[in-house]
Design a protein around this ligand. Structure first.
Ligand code: IMP
Ligand code: MG
Length: 184
């Protein structure tokens, strides 16, 4: 799916596939350096992070294991509820591992601050975050994000893993929706 198939549902393209690829390569280089010789485990947060994980992990220069978690913090709307539930837990033991959480976006930061606390309590040697996108609200929460792809305006975005009611995840770019899609 691409711009043409979005038709009038697309607001605007915020980040092209090329911009995303270029930035992920820079992040991967930094991660390679920071974790050289360390027992790194990538933890992807389903489902939004699947494309970030797929592209970022393939840009790393070492073989790195990955695991997945599914948590729920949103209802069906576009506002964070603050309540986090584990829908699917990790398969891996975190004892002594250097965990890098791979995320699509930090909005309120509620999900990630909860997740960092949860994973740290399992005996990980370190827990850091890599996110493709960060919204301004995230600055208000005490969550230290080591790797940020892009700071974006406070708008609801879709594509590259991000959905609106489970739609539009498979767009290669990040964009906004036209107001008519969500009843605006
Ligand atoms: P937070 O807890 O508010 O930081 O956001 C938690 C989750 O909400 C993110 O991991 C995304 O899955 C989802 N989310 C936040 N903002 C957006 C958006 O603009 N578009 C799509 N999903 C979003
Ligand atoms: Mg997410």
């Amino acid at each position: 799916m691409d711009v043409e198939q979005m038709g009038s549902d697309l607001g605007q393209v915020l980040l092209t596939k090329e911009q995303i690829d270029e930035r992920l390569a820079e992040m991967a280089k930094q991660i390679d350096e920071d974790y050289a010789g360390k027992n790194l485990l990538l933890v992807g947060v389903l489902k939004g992070a699947i494309y970030v994980m797929a592209d970022l992990s393939r840009l790393l220069s070492q073989s790195v294991p990955m695991d997945w978690m599914a948590v729920s913090s949103y209802g069906s709307g576009t506002k964070s509820s603050g309540v986090v539930r584990i829908l699917k837990d990790l398969d891996s033991d975190l004892t002594g591992r250097h965990v890098l959480i791979v995320e699509d976006i930090i909005d309120s930061g509620l999900t990630l601050s909860w997740l960092v606390g949860n994973l740290s309590s399992r005996g990980a040697a370190s827990v850091e975050i890599a996110t493709l996108l960060r919204k301004p609200e995230a600055a208000k929460v005490e969550v230290d994000v080591r790797y940020v792809g892009f700071d974006i305006p406070n708008e609801f975005v879709i594509g590259y893993g991000l959905d609106y009611a489970e739609k539009y995840r498979n767009l290669p770019f990040v964009g906004t929706l036209a107001p008519h899609v969500y009843g605006g």
